[in-house]
Design a protein. Sequence first.
Length: 761
Amino acid sequence: MIFYLTTLTNDPTYCTKMKTLLSCSLLFLSIVVFAQKRVRPVDPIDQKVKALLAKMTLEEKVGQLNQYSGTRDVTGPAGDKTTNKLEDIKQGKVGAMLNIRGVKEIRAVQEVAMQSRLKIPLIFGLDVIHGFRVTFPVPLGETASWDLNAIELSARYTGTQAAAAGVNWTFAPMVDIARDPRWGRVMEGAGEDTYLGSLVAKARVRGLQGKGLGNLDAIMACAKHFAAYGAGLAGREYAAADISDQTLLNVYLPPFKAAVDAGVATLMNSFNTVNGVPATGNSYLQRDILKGQWQFKGFVVSDFGSIGELVAHGYAENQEDAARLAITAGSDMDMESRSYILNLTRLVKERKIPVSVIDDAAGRILRKKFELGLFDDPYRFCNEEREKQVLGDLNESLEAARKVGAKSIVLLKNENQVLPLSKKLKSIAVIGPLAKSNDLKGGWSQGWKNDQIVSLYEGLEAKVGNGTKLLYARGCNFNDTLRTGFAEAVETAKNADVIIAAIGESSGMTGEATSRTDISIPGVQEDLIKALVATGKPLVVLIMSGRPLTFNYTADHANSILYTWWLGSQSGNSMADVLFGDYNPSGKLPITFPRVLGQIPIYYNELSTGRPLLNPKDRAWKSVYMDQPNTPKFAFGYGLSYTTFEYQNLKLDKTKMKGTEKLTVTMDLTNTGKYAGEEVVQLYLQDKFASIARPVKELKDFQKVMLKPGETKKLSFVIDKQKLSFFNQKLKWVAEPGEFKLMIGTASDNIKLKSNFELIN
Ligand code: BGC
């Protein structure tokens, strides 16, 4: 080109040639620009979906939006029992099934779908919440590990095992923020914090969906329950969520957005109303936010029967109205209510719903079927050989369950360093209703039978040598009101060097529809602890539950306390690993533990008050209770280790940052104790002055770090504008210039290093 231009300037016809050259270049440029604008890459799946929709009758399209439950697992009130489901499948009136599992059963039903006119395969969904064959800790417990790799890994095994058994879709992860331990479903999520919850949501989606739909070990994830299901009034299941728009956007929605960003295939909406409008019929949530602002391309399934429940909500007059409202609001698939299959075709024919709405919903579902590869081979997940092989080869996943189980345990107290126990003890008394119990899976468990669960007692047996005698007495059962077993328990305890007592809820006390008004340890179990304390023997208490409980007597009198949640298949082994120091506990609470029920809702990131309690002695006219401190029994982020850590040398690379800049924070962490161990270093921020009151602190980063005794590591955190932003009163995502407080600590109530910085324009 340069050569051409230099020769050109000496040419007498320079001007004409130059003009021609310029216009040619312009023409070329505009062709390029035009081409770039016009030629969007062809999405082959889009083409296939469109082609298929063109062949389908309206009835068949509506059929894709209909999901039935099998009869094996009961996860909700059964719909019309007279429905001949297999006949409906044959007629193309069903798009997906749930609650069928195992290759044999799934294949049999898929074969029926292959008899339908267009042979559109079914999707098979199941609540695979914390493990399919191998059961991992309940999601809340696993979140206490704050170990995103371990969490992703357990989801990976879960996805792999479920896929091998013919399942294409799990209704997980539950990403509902939960601030009320009365609600039984707190066990299913990642706790009270939006930042931690968002990272855990991503890890779980990545784990379940693996390298992407279409791989034989990947299943579709489903972020649920959209939205604010955890904010139900007074912790009661299915109750209304009445919260401000700012709280909805700043606290409850980000984990869903994180799941969408991680490529989650589907969302499930929720039973509750959100600020008056049932989530299932909520256009603001599903059309404006999810499918609009977030550009979500997957599909939304209703919760079990929730479309039909729009009538009970007083939102729809009848089932027909419910169907119209739900589909219009963006609920693509009807789980079990029959409202769609019975009404949508007619509603379209009567022009009450445009056919484009049905096409959009059916198109979203068909797209996932193509992505899963079901049109290439409807039986590709139905390989009995593979099922046998994957579900028969569980060693690695059992090992992962044991490891993540140990990481999930939270050491709440360790007076006089009673833990870790010596392996040379002569005798240990193992006491309590959960000491020998194998029912340690917690709610929503699939596949793994109780008799395959390692109990605490079995875990101890496998850990200690012949020199240590294990003595056992149950003492009482969960709900006992009588103390008849106490004498035997006390006698047993007196004969031992150490007592390990295992108490808590029964495994079925958490999960769906298990709200409680009393979150203390049931029955006379804490009285049993009192009797054991009276023996004067060192006392280690293990508390098992899927929710925070209140246990002030135990907290104040036992020497050591481990909160173990429900750990699943490897429960006893993980517990024994921690009890004897083969794993140094590193779990931190993902949810606040109140002192008393009356403090609920209590969470660390509350909004500021105009009359805060700054000095505990100056309580007059302050935001306090007359009968209790404001502080929880155990705060969010709290958890001890057998070693100790020192936080030092906080440095910020600048004290003023522009919105376009990043601020780097460094600090040194040293293991000052005698055990190797992991610490979860937590970084909190407070926006000191803003256009709306901001939380007193918010988790914005953390690192889980392993250190040998005496070792120091330099940690560095990066703060960008995103971390300083929030939805303001006008619901705009903004970072407001001004001062921020930075706090780094070992728990939300134990800040070790502090500083300030300023965001400038
Ligand atoms: C629950 C969902 C679950 C569904 C299907 C409902 O009752 O709320 O979380 O996925 O049942 O079993």
